[in-house]
Ligand binder design. Structure first.
Ligand code: AMP
Length: 231
């Protein structure tokens, strides 16, 4: 059973569908994240969170059909944070273990902000990379060692080509708003990034629509993926 309620955040009223009879605990979300969710004012999961979180925690590839505003960011960040946290890297100058690609700098910043909010009671390091600004500060942060990188494709490839970032240790790869990515002409950049990822990894793809081009792209890198459709 689902119902709709209003959340007030940053003075914007939004309508978001949540599930009345499910709790984040039922999805096996652990204490530090439950606390962060309570701080955010989230009471129950949204349908995309309810459907996606268990599969990601199980280690499966997921193809999610969901639009912005459905809570899809938490649907992938929460289980990835929980899995990374359960098996933390002790190296200081570590290479990233999770890569989230987004089509625009605004979305990338928003995802990085969500990671900060949901991960505030754990100690994972994350940063955001996008073009149109000087690369110096981003390079400096990468040098400190990051667990998670949220990036737009062009600047990420630039920094990789200059030797400032390696994708050799990626365990989780998320392609967010894949349809917008293709509309914006990122297909070749996505293919280049895919070639740099280790073979053994978990993949998630989110898209609001499912044209043939997305199905083809999904087929090229998802393995036995579960389809979650709340669109
Ligand atoms: P997203 O689709 O990830 O951009 O999320 C849309 C909005 O819903 C954001 O402002 C989130 O903070 C909010 N949100 C995400 N999950 C929940 C939830 N379970 N309960 C209430 N609000 C949520």
């Amino acid at each position: 059973m689902s119902f709709t309620y209003f959340i007030k955040r940053k003075k914007i009223s939004r309508k978001i569908k949540v599930l009345k009879n499910t709790r984040f605990e039922d999805l096996n979300i652990k204490a530090p994240f439950l606390k962060a969710l309570t701080d955010e004012g989230y009471i129950t999961p949204t349908p995309i969170q309810n459907e996606t979180i268990p599969f990601v925690l199980q280690g499966l590839d997921v193809m999610g059909m969901a639009q912005t505003g459905t809570g899809k960011t938490a649907a992938f960040t929460l289980p990835i944070l929980q899995k990374l946290n359960a098996n933390q890297s002790v190296e200081k100058a570590r290479d990233p273990r999770a890569l989230i690609l987004a089509p625009t700098r605004e979305l990338a910043i928003q995802i990085n902000d969500s990671i900060r909010n949901y991960g505030k009671y754990i100690a994972l390091k994350h940063t955001v990379i996008f073009g149109g600004v000087k690369q110096g500060p981003q390079v400096k942060l990468l040098g400190k060692g990051m667990d998670i990188i949220v990036a737009t494709p062009g600047r990420l490839l630039d920094l990789i080509n200059q030797g400032f970032c390696s994708l050799n240790k990626i365990e989780f790869f998320v392609l967010d708003e894949a349809d917008r990515m293709l509309d914006m002409g990122f297909i070749n950049d996505i293919k280049k990034v895919l070639k740099l990822l280790p073979n053994r990894r978990q993949n998630l793809l989110f898209s609001a629509t499912m044209p043939k081009s997305i199905a083809t792209l999904a087929g090229s890198f998802l393995n036995n993926a579960v389809m979650v459709d709340v669109s």
